[in-house]
Design a protein around this ligand. Sequence first.
Ligand code: GCW
Length: 837
Amino acid sequence: MRTLTIESKLWLVFFPLLLGSNAGALARTADEAWLRYPTLSGRASALAHPITIIGKGEILNTAAGELIQGLGESATEVSPGAVLPNHDAFVLGEWQGVGPLLTELDRSRAPSGDGFWLKTVQHKGVKYWVIVGASARGVLYGAFRFLALAAEDKDVSTLDDREIPAAPIRWASQWDNLDGSIERGYGGRSIFFEGAQVRPDLTRVREYARLLASLGINACVINNVNADPRLLKPEAVTSLARVAEVFRPWGVRLAISVDLSSPMSVGGLNTFDPLNPEVAAWWRMAIDRIYQAIPDFAGFVVKADSEGRSGPSQYGRTAAEAANVMARPLAVHDGVMLYRTFVYNHHLDWRDAKADRARAAYDYFHPLDGRFEANVVLQIKYGPIDFQVREPASPLFGAMPHANEAIELQVTQEYTGQQRHLCFLVPMWKEILDFDMHVKGETPVKTIVSGAVWGRPLGGYNAVINVGLDPSWLGSPLAMANLYGYGRLAWNPDLSSEEIVEEWIRLTFGASPKLIATVSRMLLSSWHSYESYTGPLGAGTLTDILGPHYGPGVESSERNGWGQWHRADHQGVGMDRTTETGTGYIGQYSPEVARLYEPPFRCPDNLLLFMHHVPYSFVLHSGKTVIQHIYDSHYAGAEEASTLVDEWSSLEELIDRERYQAVRKRLEYQAGHAMVWRDAVVNWFFKLSGIPDAQNRVGFNPNRIEAEDMKLSGYQPVEVTPSETASGGKAVVCRQEGPCEAVLKYDGKGGRYDIKVQYFDLNNGISRYQLWLGDRLIDSWSADDRLPSNQLNGHTSTRHTIPGVELKPFDSLKIVGYPDGGEPAPLDYVEVIPSAE
Ligand code: GCW
């Protein structure tokens, strides 16, 4: 038994050392997101208590360190040991140590798994704030929970909060490549890799582990599922061990994605057939080598037979055979094998009305039920296609009673605005998690993935997160609500979206009621708005699926092998997935669920086009026709998006300058880009259907002057592809050296106007623009964003607003464009709109 008492100042000095060599300095390089303890309320800082740790260990030290950091001067002493102090104190420790010392604690409520119990106890005349976990990890989660409660201004003078996480698998996945790039990452370069190496400085990795731990996330996959086999080379294992060491004090276990062909590409064998004994021996050797360096290694994720990755089908073997060959040696070390069910043929025949990518996962995996080892977990994307803005829950969730399942979610907003658009995804995830699959009485997806329905030992959650070196992690402060929300749901899927939002706002921005009300509204409405101006009625996001999955590109889904078809023609739109006349997909659900979707008149409006091909004149439950709904929702959604700027502006006094400005800039951009989406989609459907908008908006833009109709000098008109991504299908470009000019004579009434200039911001140059009113320069700006294309299209179309310009009849407005690099200062149109005030 050893009792050590350290004065606070000394403790703060030695704290990094005590946490081990990788703890690094306390200095932060990135946003602390929801862990900004300076916002802790007066109530918490009034708690003046020493900290006693019962037991020893790195993770327990981390828990104490967090308390000290959160409570500041009030946490004055740390005494690791095995005795209770004779004064008021925080008492931290695992149940096996704390339980026997505190007989006041009801044994039947001992935490289990990664769970904890926060409990105030009166013991021999003194008061303890007990933070007890079933494991050290649970203690750490309890400490974070306590600090969150205090920071949310909850009463922490009396505690009785026992929480057990919903599922054992609560993982984060990064799609980082060894060269430092990140597949579908929108927050800068990798925090893990650069130049084919693990980064020398892992400060950001430590900070990330802290964020993950605060949510109860217990493992992190650090490389792309399109896996680089080099990570399995002997020399790579040493650098992986460095990452694991940085993770360890936070209870985060390291995991990696592996490529199934590694026995050949790394091991030098002439096969990777999973049934070949040499292949099995090679996996065992490779896995044992990892565990020698990283004893708490979490396991593998595998993407096989998918989008060109190698897989067991090359040897006529099954996914179960492939998964098991790795799972067996992993099991020896308590490791798990997450096998992704995102397996489909991306060379489907689009002419075949029965072909259907949505069927693939079920068709392939369902017959394999019962054939996977006990430590294999099937990782199932929430919907049957691919992280779209609206999909039904994957039927596979209900189809594998003898397998462990994990749901795969996507925090990185690949198909939902890439963090440039506000799209808070928790309400969508909750719809999926709460969706009743009706496979054994009431069986919402969340109870299936937790393992509860079929008594499975493993199961849970894995989300693609893709933070990067950007100080705000995901590229935008508001996008962090998705990371927070993911972690909270993986811990407790019964939390409501409203509860999650409120917690996050309090922890991130503070407790002002106006702030909470406004930001809650913004977040909670954002998914619906985004869906409305991109792809309503379950049609998918209608984005450019062959390009960066960002701006509109409706046609790109059609007539190719990728199977993201919406099958729009002159008469109608949607995929017929019925059992009656379609692909039969609906038949993959239980009869109760199938009855929800078929026939079309029963199907909910928001999934109609996912399940059915209907004429444009089909009348929805709302009473509108499909085509009018497409028009209306795009106008309404874009309108909603534009109100976000004003809502946010009303909070200027309540938020620090840096975050206020960063978010404002994004919301202004979003307001413009939502209109690009709106115009592209409504024009595309109008052209195809020939059915006019009952409200006469489509094709009529009374305040708009096309650049190609202005008086041009130097500028040349060009056709834009796809044509609906430019107003009138055309833009103007400056292909000459010097500046080009486009002039318009204002012929409206005198007054105050907002002038909106629509231009294209390509990523291969930084053009500059000036706006002149007569001979007066009234504004200038640069096209310096890094949008994901070097072409004029729906990804690059951008709006710049010059508010409150006084105009008189016949004023001349001139835009001067200075091209740069490959970017020809392109212009689409100008709108002159009366100012709101
Ligand atoms: O959504 C798609 C992405 C790919 C990704 C794939 C997958 C890592 O566009 O970039 O590849 O899904 O989930 O495997």
